[in-house]
Design a binder for this molecule. Sequence first.
Ligand code: NAP
Ligand code: MG
Length: 494
Amino acid sequence: MAKVAKKNTLKLKFDSARNLAPAPESKRAAKIDPQYDLFINGKFEKPVSKKYFATINPATEEKLSMIAEANTADVNKAVKSARTAYDKTWKKMPPAERAKYIYRIARMIQERAREFAIIETLDGGKPIRESRDFDVPTAANHFFYYAGWADKLEYAFPNRKTEPLGVAGQIIPWNFPLLMAAWKIAPALACGNTVVLKPAENTSLTALKLAEIIQEADLPPGVVNIITGAGATGAAIVNHADINKIAFTGSTEVGKIIQRAIAGTNKKATLELGGKAANIIFDDAPLDQAVEGVINGIFFNQGHVCCAGSRLYVQESVFAAVVRKLKDRLETLIVGDPMDKNTDIGAINSKAQLDIINKYIKIGQQEGAEMYQSSCAIPKKGFYCRPTIFTNVAQSNRIAQEEIFGPVLAIQSFRTDDEVIEKANNSPYGLSAGVWTDKGSKIFNLTTKLRAGVIWANTFNKFDPTSPFGGYKESGYGREGGLHGLSAYINLIK
Ligand code: NAP
Ligand code: MG
């Protein structure tokens, strides 16, 4: 009798969390034009290709706008404009002057933060709370941070002389569209380079809004060129003979294509690729805090996060308790309209990505893992996926080895430190990891032995412009952010 009553109370609590009155953000605060051209040499120009493609809202499948598709001739124009701006203006400008422009861009992003957040959510499907509280402010912070370095490179590299690389070709993915543009553009400009940037085809709008800001900030024409298009446009940038550096964030598969394409050239590269992060809970960890960190680690941005904690390792003695707490917490997550301020998990970025996630959910079941999904309802239109966890997972299972890039968590148990280190490192990737324990010595032991570029202790998915980010193994090479992020855009000449 007592058991039933307890169950009912729990259910009531979950229902009330899910049945909050809608709190939708207004679309009216954001202006989206019916069509966008290419931003080349400080102006929006019609594409030589004369081609446009649609960008949609993945939460509703409605068309938002038409986006220009740059062909090789358009890429040539953009690179030429970046080269001229580099030679004639930007590399000659006193660094403190360059800093003022970068700082101005940061301020203008802040001023238009609400508009950016709304457009990011409409175009990509992420919850408005995340675009508003994470993507947009962090993007502005990157510009602020690198504005500060522009005239202090001699302190970043003491007793050395630096020079910029020249024209940087930058290609970014769809999971953090504005933030990835900021990660790429801010350090490049601070070091005196000019830029040709291509956003992902599904999420070009906030990069184009950034182009508007760059125009209003009066940045000299050609210093930043933003050209839109699909993979072929990216390939044309990579293969252009007058590009000095490729900065790429995306899949390991395309990273390998790029690596092959630039082999034997003088082009420098940084590759930020995929990941399959281990999040490790020891039995002395504060379990509620750890569970919250695991939820954030895998369900933030629908799991479309390269450093997502998609493999969970729980010490055997607390395994059952952690899994129970995770299931309870899963039931309280609000899945649905990304524009609603209550929403925890928004829309999957595209139909193609939803198909990939669903394929892996099937594979997990076929491999014999045990699936648990939240019982929440999901909207009929748009691309959605229930938060999903798998137990009874083997290390060799594909859901434990391959990047899913969605809200799917594979859970395993472990007994000893050595065992979990071996399991965590048994992955082709090495981007990030998380450790939850009360013991500082355990944290130090693990952080020295885990092969991951970023390791969080008793927290997860924390980002700061001052902190370098990047991977080992098939997660790529080079670091973005912090002082390390400057090295990717300079030559040390003396
Ligand atoms: P993707 O397919 O590799 O695409 C990334 C970018 O490259 C897009 O702009 C894409 O254009 C472009 N592209 C596609 N084919 C190309 C080619 N042959 N040459 C040059 N550019 C090409 O990756 P995604 O699916 O958009 O993003 C998800 C992946 O990015 C995941 O694997 C994730 O782990 C990784 N990621 C890594 C980090 C990190 O910092 N390590 C951060 C975020 C994401 P289209 O969009 O038009 O196809
Ligand atoms: Mg879109």
